[in-house]
Design a protein around this ligand. Structure first.
Ligand SMILES: [Cu+2]
Length: 408
């Protein structure tokens, strides 16, 4: 009967109709997946990059930070000498190596209940916030939760934002709707949104990725000395892995050279009360006390306390260093690598120049195996602890902190 044929199910449909239907459903599914921004679909069927929305959950958290957790000078391999003790040893009128800081930390989701563990490749970041990544064409969202007892914000460099995502309070002629980002109150959240146009990505003389930074700009100076700073990387379209890392680089390091002036931190009084042996005897303007709180640090570590295995690479790897400065007129830094050279700004060098808020990318293919000094070449900074060691392992050695786990 004709009626029976009309109501027959797919099992009885002609084969060419089934083939056409299957193709249409596959195409529809691919579109849905692409629209959802699934990272597994980094390229379209034509091989073109499909822009993604990359979301980061970043909290501003109060943390007890130790600038010298090993309790010794890791560069000399010995106990702190008299100079180093000024910055690292507690005393009746001295805070020592541990301070209350406010740091950006990455969480797994919008509940902000679970910190995202740092991988071996991220361990060197130390005091820095998580690396925010984007590829030209992407959208980046930062879901920010302020867990501090003071207002804070997220202000990014380089990428495209409107007034509702600038993260800085000043009279810019906009209304209340554009001011929620300026100063997120304690306990509150805010979603910042950024576009990543061409002008946020590598320029004609850059490599496959460029560095930007983000920091709190509610109380620009106080927030900086509290510790609210992190790095951002934008990779060129066509040069990125699915996770946004540049595909012509084997290993990336992010380093901030900074005289972290704890005298200008909003937590100074709390640090005196908690860590000085005799808080009532401390005169905050006393010259010796002020000097003891100038932490000449690399990613929040002094005297080589940034763990050596976190700054280890292999001979022959393509290593990209992202270097940043921050601070004031004393923050003129000249990071210098012993043993190996790099190219920065298109020139061969083994010393890079940093000013406050400088961002410099240096590419290194290490050929000299060994444990090497990496330090600021400003004499006063070097003696105050601004040095670490990095290691170049033989190419055959095994290591875990590379990008092999990132390859799609
Ligand atoms: Cu320096």
């Amino acid at each position: 009967m004709a009626m029976e044929q009309v109501h027959r199910g797919p099992l009885f449909w002609p084969r060419r109709i089934l083939v056409a239907l299957h193709a249409a459903m596959a195409a529809a599914l691919a579109t849905v997946v692409a629209l959802a921004g699934c990272t597994a679909m980094a390229t379209s069927a034509k091989g073109q990059y499909v822009p993604q929305t990359r979301t980061y959950y970043i909290g501003a958290d109060e943390v007890d930070w130790n600038y010298a957790p090993s309790g010794m000078n890791q560069v000399t391999g010995a106990a702190f000498d008299k100079t180093a003790a000024v910055f690292t040893q507690r005393g009746p009128r001295r805070i020592g190596a541990t301070y209350v800081k406010a740091l950006y930390r990455e969480y797994t989701d919008a509940s902000f209940t679970k910190l995202k563990p740092r991988s071996a490749a991220e361990r060197h970041l130390g005091m820095l916030g998580p690396v925010i990544r984007g590829v030209v064409g992407d959208t980046i969202k930062v879901v920010f939760k302020n867990n501090l007892d003071r207002p804070a914000s997220v202000h990014v460099h380089g990428v495209f934002y409107d007034k509702a995502s600038e993260g800085a309070p000043y009279d810019d002629g906009t209304g209340a709707a554009d001011h929620g980002d300026d100063a997120v109150p304690p306990g509150h959240s805010y979603i910042y949104s950024y576009k990543v146009p061409d002008r946020a990505g590598p320029g004609p003389m850059d490599g496959s990725s460029v560095m930007w930074m983000y920091h709190s700009h509610k109380d620009e100076v106080g927030d900086d000395y509290a510790g609210l700073v992190g790095p951002m990387v934008i990779t060129k379209t066509g040069a990125a892995r699915a996770d946004g890392t540049p595909n012509d680089v084997d290993r990336e390091f992010f380093v901030q050279f900074k005289v972290s002036n704890e005298n200008a931190s909003p937590y100074l009084k709390r640090n005196i009360d908690r860590f000085a042996g005799d808080p009532r005897s401390v005169a905050p303007a006393d010259e010796e006390f002020v000097e003891s709180n100038l932490m000449h640090s690399i990613n929040g570590y002094v005297y080589g306390n940034l763990p050596l295995d976190a700054l280890t690479m292999k001979k022959g790897e393509r290593v990209r260093w992202y270097l940043m400065g921050m601070g004031t007129e004393v923050d003129l830094h000249t990071p210098h690598w012993h043993g190996n050279t790099a190219t920065a700004l298109g020139m061969r060098t083994d010393v890079v120049s940093l000013l406050p808020a400088s961002m410099v990318v240096a590419d290194m293919v290490p050929d000299d195996v060994g444990t090497w000094l990496f330090h600021c070449h400003v004499n006063d900074h070097l003696t105050a602890g601004m040095s670490v060691r990095y290691r170049v392992a033989d190419a055959a050695s095994t290591g875990s902190s590379d990008h092999s786990d990132h390859t799609p």
